[in-house]
Structure formats: C-alpha cells, structure tokens
Ligand binder design. Structure first.
Ligand code: HEM
Length: 150
C-alpha cells in the first residue's frame, strides 16, 4: 500500500477525540450542577467513544507497520509510535472500565453511588491518555514527518 493512501487513520482519530472530550465536559458539568439528563448524555458519549476507537486503532496499527517498514521513516519513530499506541490502548481500557462501572450503578441520584468517584477518575485518566495520544500523533506527523503531510 503506498504511503500516500494512508488517510483512514487521520480521518478516524478525530471522532473519539471529540466525542470523549465532550463526554468528560458533560460528565463534569452534570456532576457540579447536578443535572441527571446531561449525565446520561455523557454516558452515551462514553460508550460511543469506545466504539469509535475501533477503526482508529485498526487503521493506526496498519499505518504503524507500514511506517516502520518504510526506509523514509526516521530511526527515532519507534519510540513515538510505541508511546502513541500505548496511550491509545490504555485509553481503550479505561473507557471500557468507566462504561462497565457506570452501567452497574443503580442509585438515584446517580452521584450517591459509592463508585461514582472511581468512574470520574477513569474519565480523567482517559482524558490524559487522549491528550498524550493526540500530541504524540501530531508530533509524528508534524515534527518527524511520518504522516501524510510533507
Ligand atoms: C494501536 C493504536 C494506534 C497506532 C499504532 C497508531 C499509529 C499512528 C501512526 C503511525 C501515526 C502517524 C501518521 C499516520 O500514519 O497516520 C498516527 C497519527 C495520529 N494518531 Fe494514531 N495510532 C493509534 C491509535 C490512535 C488513537 C486511538 C488516536 C486518538 C484517539 C490516535 C490519534 C492520532 C493522531 C491525532 C495522529 C496525527 C494525525 C494527523 O494529523 O495526520 N491514534 N498514529
């Protein structure tokens, strides 16, 4: 596959980035303003963001293998690809954990659930991972020039 045809990863990554960021903002606002409907919306976004990571992860893995095989890829790229992939995989894990924790909560209001703080901490860890993944991805493309841009 020619490197120029690798447009799927850059095209798919912005969906989980935007959706998960919105989920965290909504969950935070719902928590501080005690808005149950907004809190449920945040949960739906958490679930959607998990599924939207599937095409991003598959296309990223295909790209990473092709980049590492290419003689045009600088030798330092392996560290950044590993950092990028590791943060993406931790992200996937913590969003899954957040989803499963929240799914089991039956309290009304939901904030009285003893595990609600753990759920919010998972969202916070996920937010850090998405910043790390997005930043390392951007570093690879714009500083190491291993993306589709010249
Ligand atoms: C195992 C999972 C992943 C691997 C192996 C991977 C690999 C890569 C590689 C090799 C690049 C360099 C450019 C390219 O070839 O497209 C890249 C770019 C990028 N990745 Fe990933 N990626 C993965 C998952 C993710 C996830 C889950 C996100 C975000 C949620 C993400 C965000 C980005 C961004 C923002 C860029 C820069 C795209 C651009 O501006 O052109 N990646 N990734």
């Amino acid at each position: 596959m020619p490197l120029q045809s690798m447009v799927v990863h850059p095209a798919t990554v912005h969906i989980p980035i935007g959706v998960f960021f919105a989920a965290c903002v909504f969950a935070g606002v719902a928590y501080f303003r005690r808005q149950p409907r907004l809190e449920v919306t945040a949960l739906h976004l958490v679930v959607f963001s998990w599924f939207s990571l599937i095409p991003a992860t598959i296309s990223g893995t295909i790209d990473a293998v092709a980049r590492l095989e290419s003689p045009a890829t600088p030798s330092g790229a392996l560290f950044w690809i590993n950092l990028h992939a590791a943060s993406a995989l931790v992200l996937w894990l913590v969003i899954w954990q957040a989803w499963q924790l929240r799914r089991k909560m039956t309290h009304d209001p939901i904030w009285e659930a003893p595990t609600y703080a753990t759920y919010l901490v998972r969202l916070g860890i996920g937010l850090s991972c998405i910043f790390l993944s997005g930043w390392s991805g951007g570093h690879m493309v714009y500083a190491l020039h291993i993306g589709i841009l010249p």
